[in-house]
Design a protein around this ligand. Structure first.
Ligand code: KG4
Ligand code: ZN
Length: 330
């Protein structure tokens, strides 16, 4: 099957063609406009999606060397995400499906982050997944395709949100996650011990206390000190976030005794987290799935591959599917 994937849930307009286990194209148009505001402005995101979606999808089709006639189904991100942004992608996908007489597959964006792993890894079940993105931090038990049980989640900020908000305190550009990752690589993770909230208990997460702690720390030390020790502070913050994530993942895999585990979402691009989880996998003798960096952050290849798995397991969706901003339990 040739599947066209379309993603527009936040600030990336993306399109991809997936065919028989291979990604034929993976186009991502990022929206630079939000940088000046230090975060995503929903109305500007919708307008930017509107402006670029046609060109992005056309480019994905062209680079895949297929025609619309050769596309068997259109998979599109249905939610969670920004309502206005989702509406642009979903409406576009519906229009394309109607005009070319193609079936539609609505894809859950969070599921897609997980199933992105099956672009490069063998599809295996059951597994424990740690999904860490800008909007979500979840530990999930996946028994078989689309049979998920949430084991734990954040009670306040998501891990990516923590990186971004702390980055703002440190005057870093948005999104701060990748910037902090880079600076951390030449910093000392033991420079300062920031709090690791709820690390000793359960599978839920909390990152808002860390953000407050960094704020007080920078206020107390002053701007000059922060600038002079920026790499060490970034490394210490990254250590605090990734220690909590890796510890909770370890607790979940030990209590479930599954042979496979995976990392997914934008924060799975983080080098310190990847390293800690690799060590955990070796220690516990587990099969670890982590996507290549290009499939960690938002992309449409993950929508296309998830659409292919969903179409295999269930039937296609109706053209009446509606976008949803939140998932139940959020
Ligand atoms: O999955 P994603 O692209 O979008 C959402 O679904 O939210 O994740 C974006 C998040 C942002 O918060 C960004 O700062 C974070 O992922 N991120 C990183 C890294 N790359 C992206 N955080 C830490 N280290 C990175 N290398
Ligand atoms: Zn995402």
């Amino acid at each position: 099957m040739n599947i066209l994937g379309i993603e527009s849930s936040c600030d990336e307009t993306a399109a991809s063609v997936y065919s028989g286990g291979k990604i034929l194209s993976n186009i991502i148009a990022s929206q630079a406009i939000h940088e000046q505001f230090g975060g995503v402005v929903p109305e500007l995101a919708s307008r930017a999606h509107h402006k670029t979606i046609w060109q992005t999808v056309s480019q994905a089709i062209k680079e895949a060397s297929v025609t619309m006639d050769q596309i068997d189904a259109i998979a599109v991100a249905q939610g969670p995400g920004l309502m206005g942004s989702l509406l642009v992608g979903l409406s576009f996908a519906k229009g394309l499906a109607i005009s070319h007489d193609k079936p539609l597959i609505g894809v859950n964006h969070i599921d897609a982050h997980m199933y992105a792993n099956f672009i490069e890894h063998k599809e295996v079940y059951p597994f424990i997944a740690l999904i860490v993105s800008g909007g979500h931090t979840r530990l999930v038990q996946v028994i078989k395709p689309f049979n998920h049980k949430v084991l734990g989640q954040t009670r306040d900020d998501a891990a990516g949100e923590a990186f971004d908000k702390i980055g703002k305190i440190l005057n870093l550009s948005y999104p701060a996650g990748p910037v902090m990752d880079k600076l951390s690589q030449t910093g000392d993770p033991d420079f300062h011990s920031f709090p690791r909230s709820m690390i000793n208990k359960g599978l839920d997460f909390s990152f808002s206390g860390l953000k407050t702690s960094v704020l007080y720390y920078t206020q107390e030390k002053g701007e000059k000190f922060v600038q002079q020790n920026l790499n060490d502070i970034c490394a210490s913050v990254s250590a605090a976030i990734t220690d909590v994530l890796a510890t909770k993942l370890k607790r979940a895999v030990i209590s479930n005794n599954y042979p496979h585990m995976m990392l997914a979402g934008g924060v799975s691009a983080n080098s310190m987290l990847r390293e800690k989880v690799q060590i955990l996998a070796a220690e516990q003798e587990l099969n670890l799935m982590i996507p290549s960096i290009r499939y960690c952050t938002d992309n449409a290849a993950m929508i296309a591959v998830t659409g292919a798995i969903k179409a295999r397991e269930f039937s296609f969706d109706s053209l009446n599917i509606k976008p949803f901003a939140r998932m139940s339990g959020d």
